[in-house]
Every structure is written in structure tokens, then in C-alpha cells.
Design a protein. Structure first.
Length: 260
């Protein structure tokens, strides 16, 4: 397919590489930042643009990969070309796009991306949604050229997935940052925690998370938890996090969520 990418961030960068490797042609890469557009365009053999007025209409699909609050603005501008418009957002409703065009769809990759680390796109779950069955067939065909995990997911369920992803990815990564800062303050290396982090991630590949929960909270070890809170007395925000998360673990354990 001939594809125009709207955006040059983390998602756009990995998606562009996957599409190019699958044999699709990236016509243009748009970004408000000309340097960012030029860098990504260079890697995928496309034209870089920083003005939507210079859009080439000789394309099959516009893939919008920008911040959620900028998606509708892009759709309004691109709808006049009467081409298929797809966004990659986890939380933007398809109906929001269909208010401006009936040639609309969603191609949401459920993965965390950063430009500094490669991702095997074939393993990335791609959630698709479309305005009609014909567009869904086109998106499914496109999606299967870059991923082995393609799912039909409506807007409501996609929002649930996005919320769950925040709990499963964004929040734990912040907690890694807290742990790293705590260790650094005492001149200890974060590398010492990496095997622990990896073991935990590997366990939930085959078992329910609640069934492999460990630590003082699941044992309701008040002595240890109180000692930890005392150690965090200079960081009240971390104390609050520790308390809330421990209470959640205790509640989850008491309700038997790991036994299902």
C-alpha cells in the first residue's frame, strides 16, 4: 500500500519501519517539527513535510500517530482527500473520526515503544476497528503483513485495554524509577534488581498475577511494612504509594483473586 504517516514519534517510528520492511511504500512523513519528519522520512525513503498543505493526495491511507488531543485536528484537514484515515490511539473513539469521514479506522499497537530500542513488531498485538466491513478487510490485510497478532476490538474495549496497559506498563515503570532513586540515594546499583524484575515478568506469562504475588503485604507482615514506612519518612509521597499498594495487595489476597 501507499501510506502517508502523520507523526514522527515513537509509535510512528516503529510502525513506519515495520511497514517498509513488509514492502509497503511510505509516501510522506508529516511532523510539525521539520527535523523529526526528515529523520524518519530518511530511514523509510519518504518525503518529509511539516505543512499539511503540501500533502500528496496520491496515497492509499493516512495513518495518524500523534497525541490524542491533536487527532481530530488532523482528521478535519485530511478528510477532504477522501482517503482512508486511520489513527493509532488507544483511547480515541472511532465515532470521533467518523464525524468527519466515513473512510475511517483504527490500527492500535498494544505495546510500549521508544526510539532507542527495537521491537519485534511481529509479536505486537494490533487492534483494528473500522467504519465498515470493507475497510476492516483492508486493515486486517495490512495488519497481517506486519504482525502475527491481529484482533478485532471495538472502541469501548480498546479503552479498557489502554487503561489496563497503564496499570501493567506505565505504573510499574514509574515504580522502577522510584526503586532506582531509592537505591541511588544509598549508592546501590539498580542492576541488582533486574533479575527480580525479569523473574516477575516471566511468571505472569504462564500464571495469573495474583497467584504469584509475593512480599510482606501478601503475608500481611505488619512489622516489615511498618519498618519500610519508617524508612520512607523523608519521602511522604513514596510512603503514600507504599501504603496504597500494600492495602491493594492485602485486599486482593483476601478476595482470593489469585484462585480463579
Amino acid at each position: 500500500m501507499r501510506i502517508t504517516l502523520i507523526g514522527s514519534g515513537n509509535v510512528a517510528t516503529h510502525l513506519a519501519a515495520a511497514l517498509k520492511n513488509a514492502g509497503h511504500r511510505i509516501i510522506q512523513v508529516y511532523s510539525r517539527n521539520a527535523q523529526h519528519a526528515a529523520l524518519l522520512a530518511y530511514h523509510v525513503g519518504a518525503e518529509a513535510i511539516d505543512n499539511l498543505a503540501t500533502i500528496n493526495s496520491d496515497t492509499d491511507i493516512f495513518i495518524i500517530s500523534v497525541k490524542d488531543d491533536a487527532i481530530i485536528e488532523m482528521v478535519k484537514t485530511l478528510a477532504g482527500y477522501q482517503k482512508l484515515i486511520v489513527h493509532t490511539s488507544g483511547s480515541t473513539n472511532l465515532n470521533d473520526i467518523m464525524a468527519f469521514t466515513d473512510k475511517a479506522g483504527v490500527l492500535y499497537p498494544l505495546q510500549t515503544f521508544s526510539k532507542i530500542k527495537e521491537v519485534d513488531f511481529w509479536t505486537v498485538p494490533l487492534c483494528i476497528e473500522a467504519a465498515n466491513d470493507d475497510i476492516k478487510a483492508v486493515l486486517k490485510q495490512l495488519a497481517t503483513t506486519i504482525s502475527n497478532n491481529v484482533y478485532d476490538v471495538n472502541s469501548a474495549d480498546r479503552k479498557i485495554l489502554h487503561l489496563a496497559a497503564v496499570f501493567a506498563c506505565n505504573f510499574p515503570n514509574y515504580l522502577y524509577a522510584v526503586a532506582q532513586q531509592l537505591l541511588a540515594a544509598h549508592e546501590l546499583s539498580f542492576d541488582m534488581l533486574k533479575p527480580l524484575i525479569l523473574e516477575t515478568a516471566q511468571k505472569v506469562q504462564t500464571q495469573l498475577p495474583a497467584s504469584v504475588q509475593t512480599g510482606p503485604a501478601v503475608r500481611n507482615d505488619r512489622v516489615t511494612m511498618n519498618a519500610h514506612l519508617q524508612m520512607l519518612k523523608t519521602e511522604p509521597h513514596w510512603q503514600e504509594l507504599y501504603t496504597l499498594l500494600s492495602q491493594g495487595i492485602i485486599k486482593n489476597n483476601n478476595e482470593g483473586h489469585g484462585d480463579k
